[in-house]
Design a protein around this ligand. Structure first.
Ligand SMILES: *Cc1c(COP(=O)(O)O)cnc(C)c1O
Length: 392
């Protein structure tokens, strides 16, 4: 169970970081659409140069609208500070780059988010940074992968396709003992259902494109952690790569956050209801959802997370990929699309990644289907799944 948050979630989502008397007591914060900021005198101009982190100098660094979002995200993860980026991928890249040098080694969970995988295997390798992939369910396996030059452990718990989970407290413990920086992609659980900082994880990465914004109209990312670590990333990777969030998009995410708590509860409750419906259906082979008792790591999931959200997978009983495709094509209420975390329900059949010329088939079975359950009525979605399953 996670600790009682220091600040009530309602306070964070509705008020924290908002300084209304600075802007006419407007209830909704303004979008400070300015690239730069002027100073009254040379002394204050000089002071801003000496410590850009603490001043509004130029929007590639700080911006008042973006700052409101940063404060809310840090409070949600119960960390000292947060930084925001133009995408989740940029956030992960900056977190890792900031903590490695040529000759270092990193450990990463197997099959992470695809662009984390490419960061590790295609980008970092060019700079002499080696890696070991680990399955992640066994702490002994992770411990055995540690080398003298290991600097970073990348976790993703749960994974967003297989939902594999790592024991966060154990990972935090071995990282502290070995001077390794631990980074987790916490996008699946959102800060409402899992706070990895409570388990000693150093850097918590989120894509804000999913739950945090929640309306499928922004691409953004965030890092949460100690002030010292955020200072380090701000002063080098964030400012040099310049992959920053615009004040406009920050304002949309602040708006999305207003309803985070009710959206998370809604998708969580509907998804488990639909997962149970599918698990009982004769045309379904298997359902993979961390909060189903049939999930192999269900106990660990219940220990580390207070909810599971709207994302899960299932395998339909089908002899060929054509049968899978036909089933998916018959769905009317699920959009065929990547991503997740918005208002709309989505479906991805892994059959579409099979038999692509020049490419290996994926590690996942052809009858695996990932569903994202949105904010729609559960009965509306179950009726749609029922009609499509009936015709298999
Ligand atoms: C979407 C996603 C990302 C990447 O986020 P972007 O904002 O699209 O760059 C990272 N991790 C997970 C688990 C995701 O689903």
């Amino acid at each position: 169970m996670k600790d009682q948050p220091l600040i009530p979630i309602s306070e964070i989502l509705t008020h924290l970081g908002e300084d209304r008397d600075q802007y006419f007591n407007a209830v909704s914060p303004p979008i400070i659409q300015s690239s730069n900021f002027a100073f009254k005198d040379t002394a204050s101009f000089r002071a801003a140069f000496l410590n850009e982190r603490a001043h509004h100098l130029y929007t590639r660094g700080n911006n008042p609208t973006t700052e409101i979002l940063r404060k809310k995200l840090a409070a949600l993860e119960k960390t000292e500070d947060a930084l925001v980026f133009a995408s989740g991928a940029a956030a992960m890249t900056c977190a890792v780059l900031s903590n490695v040098n040529t000759g270092d080694h990193i450990i990463c969970v197997k099959n992470p988010y695809s662009w984390t995988n490419k960061l590790v295997t295609r980008v970092l390798t060019r700079f002499g940074i080696t890696h070991t992939f680990v399955a992640g369910h066994d702490i002994v396996e992770i411990e055995k992968a540690i080398q003298p030059q290991t600097k970073v452990l990348i976790l993703e718990s749960p994974n967003s396709i297989t939902f594999g989970i790592q024991d966060l407290s154990e990972c935090g413990r071995i990282c502290r003992a070995n001077n390794i920086i631990s980074i987790i992609d916490n996008s699946y659980a959102s800060p409402l259902f899992q706070n990895p900082g409570d388990h000693g994880i150093d850097i918590i990465m989120h894509t804000c494109s999913k739950y945090l914004n929640g309306h499928s109209d922004v691409v953004a990312g965030a890092l949460c952690g100690s002030r010292k670590m955020m200072d380090q990333i701000f002063g080098s990777e964030l400012m040099t790569l310049g992959s920053i969030l615009s004040p406009h998009d920050a304002s949309l995410i602040i708006r999305g956050l207003r309803t985070l708590q009710i959206r998370m509860k809604r998708v969580n409750d509907t998804a488990i209801q639909i997962a149970k419906f599918l698990e009982a259906h004769p045309k379904v082979e298997r359902v993979i959802h961390p909060f189903l008792p049939s999930f192999p790591q269900n106990q660990l999931a219940q220990r580390q997370m207070t909810g599971a959200g709207g994302l899960f997978s299932f395998q339909v009983k089908a002899a060929t990929k054509e049968v899978v495709n036909k089933f998916v094509d018959r769905l009317n209420c699920f959009l065929l699309a990547v991503s997740w975390g918005g208002h709309e329900s989505l479906v991805i059949p892994f059959s579409i990644f099979y038999d692509i010329p020049g490419k290996e088939n994926p590690d996942y079975p052809f009858n695996l289907i990932r569903l994202y359950i949105g904010l729609e009525d559960p009965d509306y979605l179950i009726a749609d799944l029922t009609q499509a399953l009936d015709k298999i």
